[in-house]
Design a protein around this ligand. Structure first.
Ligand code: 6PG
Length: 244
């Protein structure tokens, strides 16, 4: 049975500080126990402040980057060097500033057609994990105002995918193909961390955290770790509709 940790912070900087410290703890434990830290990053605007905080010497010097392996939970099918590309942004803000071997960074191959890219990325995961389950130490997730997370958008076939894998699907709402981890792959993680801030997310946070919203309407409700820990780290604004 997984444990849910819901924490609210007074400001975005204090929220990001707390998530950065949580990442330090999970990374340290993973490397101590298994010799490596396997993290999946999220995209969009929210994590950018977190990534720049992790690039700060106070944090970047506390991670053993040589034993840290970076993947993404989803990607937009846009050019590799496009500001909308999640990996491009994370590399620019964080990964080019730390001494992580390039071979430890696994961006989704968006230069391929969407379905091929999804097949290729799932193969990359299976090659990386070998005969072990596809189990990340930490999967960082954001939340859209429509309840999507990763690229699990309302109404997609992807929501019904039972496999723990990577799928591509055209998303009308954003007029582009997206490639995403399935909910079942995310749920295999040891730690899943939702990082959410802003007044505009308060309603969707309430619908999902209090469990009133239906999963197909609010796909983030599909995220329930099988055995891992689930963290909802919110700023005061995003938590403003939750009872104290
Ligand atoms: C993406 C993300 C997505 C994001 C939410 C929230 O590729 O866009 O993975 O799931 O986390 O859309 O985005 P913001 O942080 O920009 O609000």
């Amino acid at each position: 049975m997984s444990t849910i940790h819901l924490k609210t912070f007074p400001s975005v900087p204090s929220l990001n500080q707390a998530v950065a410290e949580l990442i330090m703890t999970i990374a340290g434990n993973a490397i101590a126990e298994r010799g490596r830290f396997v993290i999946s990053l999220s995209g969009g605007q929210t994590p950018r402040h977190l990534y720049s905080l992790l690039a700060d010497p106070d944090f970047r010097n506390r991670i053993d980057w040589k034993n840290t392996f970076v993947f993404w939970g989803d990607e937009r099918c846009v050019p590799v060097e496009d500001d909308r590309n999640n990996a491009y942004e994370a590399k620019k803000i964080l990964l080019t500033k730390v001494d992580i071997p390039v071979s430890n960074i696994h961006a989704l191959p968006v230069e391929l057609p969407p379905d091929e890219a999804a097949i290729q990325y799932e193969k990359t995961l299976r090659d990386f994990f070998g005969d072990q389950p596809l189990q990340f130490d930490l999967i960082l997730l954001g939340l859209g105002t429509n309840g999507h997370t990763a690229s699990l958008f309302p109404g997609l076939q992807l929501l019904n995918e039972q496999a723990a894998g990577i799928r591509a699907e055209y998303v009308e709402e954003v007029n582009m193909y997206r490639i995403s981890m399935t909910a079942n792959l995310i749920n295999q993680a040891r730690n899943i961390v939702f990082l959410v801030s802003g007044e505009e997310k308060a309603l969707v946070v309430k619908e999902i955290v209090t469990g009133t919203g239906k999963a197909d309407q609010y796909p983030a409700r599909l995220i329930k770790p099988i055995q891992g820990e689930l963290y909802w780290f919110l700023d005061k604004a995003a938590a403003s509709l939750l009872q104290s």
